[in-house]
Design a protein around this ligand. Structure first.
Ligand code: PLP
Length: 391
């Protein structure tokens, strides 16, 4: 057998993608599987965005583009930051990449030296720790439990900082918990970060637009503008516009950091797909009303799922502020099922015995929970809840 690199041996495959693949395989074999593990909207990409892509193909806009993105898209991103977030950027502060995933990967590769520490609050998006490891960095996981609404407190942040800390990652609204940091909560974290000028701050705002329950989006740069010269903002079109397969994410930050990330991208993938870039211009520059029907649907499903889960013995679920996830505490359920002693075993049990696919909390760095995605029909959600309630 072939001996693989030490680098690849440091990481594991994405557990969320693995769960989705298994659920799809079981379905293909004719099993009745309800997939609550998906990390993407169950809607089609809005029509005007698709038409922009078709026009790009017909106009032969199908060659290589600038590595960091076409200027129309960079301008659309600059306008988006200005209008939505009151943040000012110049074109050399913007890098368009193949999904938010590549944005974060470029950041780690451009910033981290071996042994540099990266503070990642748990529960976290599954890919952060592994991308840090691939870049030679050391993830420092700081747990924020349900009692704290899964949010990092200033004390927890400060306790995790060492002289090796290079990067701090914050993701709000959060995958997997659905919680959104308030302005004041971000301001408090910002006060801690001001004391440590060597730490770069990455804010992953991928779910910015998927908010309900009157939650309002803030970025840490709104509360603590002094961080501007060492903050990188990550965002993308994947979740807000149901465009996960198009693979467009973007980063905005200090020009020298963006330049380093661009160099990494130029020697790995080059530009993201030209057609997807033109589609993303339409997504950002057109009316944002196309998001509203998706939000209405997510909110309706959220209310049903959270209410129904809380009615089940052994499950406690917080309301989400946004996203299409909730992250219930299922320790009571784990306790009462024979042969099940943690969230991974519960997930396996639910898949094999009840045909429900979802992702164990351990994949996101917090035991005793599961992540449930409501990016599926109300019918499916009702069926799934019925099966869980019958346990
Ligand atoms: N950031 C978070 C918090 C996510 O949940 C995801 C996708 O699951 C991404 C980034 C990456 O998105 P993309 O599909 O654009 O790579």
């Amino acid at each position: 057998s072939i001996q693989l690199s030490n680098r690849v041996q440091r990481v594991k495959p994405s557990p969320t993608l693995a769960m989705s693949a298994l659920a799809q395989k079981m379905k293909a074999e004719g099993r009745d599987v309800i997939n609550l593990g998906v990390g993407e909207p169950d809607f089609g990409t809005p029509e005007h965005i698709k038409l922009a892509a078709i026009a790009a193909i017909n106009d032969n806009k199908t060659g290589y583009t600038a590595v960091d993105g076409i200027s129309e898209l960079k301008q659309a991103i600059i306008a988006k930051f200005k209008n939505d977030n009151q943040l000012e950027y110049a074109p050399d502060q913007i890098l368009v990449s193949c999904g938010g995933k590549q944005s974060f990967s470029n950041l780690c590769q451009a910033l981290l030296n071996d042994g540099d520490e990266v503070i990642i609050p748990a529960p976290y998006w599954v890919s952060y720790p592994d991308m840090v490891l691939l870049a030679g960095g050391e993830p420092v996981i700081v747990e924020a439990d349900q009692k704290h609404h899964f949010k990092l407190t200033p004390e927890l942040l400060e306790n995790a900082i060492t002289d090796k800390t290079r990067l701090f990652v914050i993701n709000s609204p959060s995958n997997p918990t659905g919680v959104n940091y308030s302005y004041d909560e971000l301001a408090a974290l910002g006060q801690v970060l001001l004391k440590y000028p060597n730490i770069i701050v990455a804010t992953d705002d991928m779910y910015e637009h998927i908010l309900f329950n009157n939650a309002e989006f803030s970025n840490i740069l709104n509360t603590t503008p002094e961080l501007y010269d060492r903050c990188i903002v990550l965002n993308g079109v994947s979740k807000a516009y149901a465009m996960t397969g198009w693979r467009i994410g973007y980063a905005a930050g200090p020009a020298d950091l963006i330049k380093g990330m661009k160099k990494i991208q130029s020697q790995s993938t080059s530009n993201p797909t030209s057609i997807s870039q033109y589609a993303s211009v339409a997504a950002l520059n057109s009316s944002q009303d196309c998001i509203i029907p998706m939000l209405v649907e997510f909110k309706k499903r959220h209310d049903y799922v959270v209410g129904a889960l809380n009615a089940i013995d052994g499950i406690e679920c917080l309301e989400s502020d946004g996203t299409f996830y909730c992250f219930p505490n299922v320790s009571g359920l784990i306790d009462r099922i024979d042969g099940v002693s943690n969230s991974a075993e519960l997930s396996e049990f639910l898949l094999s015995e009840k045909g429900i696919a979802l992702v164990p909390g351990s994949a996101f760095g917090l035991e005793g929970h599961i992540r449930l995605s409501f990016a599926t029909s109300m019918d499916n959600l009702e069926k799934a809840i019925e099966r869980i309630a019958s346990l």
